[in-house]
Design a binder for this molecule. Structure first.
Ligand SMILES: [Zn+2]
Length: 213
């Protein structure tokens, strides 16, 4: 765990670039934000979720990676698109080279939202027509579409499709368990051998952890 860098998540559209000397460890936080992008040769980028959508990005050719926390607020603020753009701006990546994993989060099965939230997704789900009504919101799909529109090839995006609320044995869920809910930590970064091996190789790991990790 000592190689994991995490932000203080605030449901924003703030993308942080991991600096050379980033604080690591179970309780260290880099700063307020909801996405990390990095080309650090040793440190891993981590995001905590319990219903929000974790998204991991890698450009193995240029040895870049990112981790994104996308709830409905972050999604409407285009946090995934902004993370891709930050990788382009800071590290010169081409979105064509990015591979993405959209992890488990609350599914459309369990996420009914009111008109005030639904209406903010009109441009993402144009086929739904006017969204001034209650709707079942598919956050994973919304983020998949956002990544595609940011230039990430559709065929390079994997969507888990697993619902954290439904799958009680597998995942923590804030909506289901409220204050006693734990968090999942989704992590991406260079494997131990990245710096030495001389070839681009990235490894994504997602594992369960409890509060305070
Ligand atoms: Zn569900």
């Amino acid at each position: 765990m000592s190689r994991v860098v995490t932000p203080k998540q605030v449901h924003s559209d703030i993308v942080l670039v991991v600096p050379e000397e980033a604080p690591t460890g179970p309780t260290a936080r880099m700063g307020s934000g909801d996405a990390l992008v990095s080309n650090h040769p040793r440190l891993l980028a981590g995001i905590r979720t319990a219903d929000c959508i974790p998204i991991l990005l890698v450009d193995a050719r240029s040895r870049l990676f990112g981790a994104i926390h996308a709830g409905w607020r972050g999604t409407t603020q285009q946090i995934a698109r902004k993370a891709v753009e930050a990788m382009m701006r800071h590290f010169g990546t081409h979105p064509d080279d990015i591979w993405a994993a959209i992890g488990p989060g609350i599914g459309a099965c369990c996420f009914e939202v009111g008109p005030e939230v639904a209406v903010q997704f009109e441009s993402i789900f144009p086929e739904a027509g006017e969204l001034n009504r209650r709707m079942k919101l598919d956050l994973g799909e919304a983020n998949r579409r956002q990544l595609v529109s940011a230039g990430v090839p559709d065929g390079q995006i994997e969507v888990s499709g697993l619902c954290t609320v439904c799958l009680e044995e597998e995942f923590h869920s804030y909506r289901r368990d409220r204050e006693k809910a734990g968090r999942m930590l989704s992590v991406i970064g260079p494997s131990e051998g990245w710096a030495d091996a001389g070839k681009a190789r990235a490894e994504a790991r997602a594992f369960h952890s409890h509060n305070g990790v």
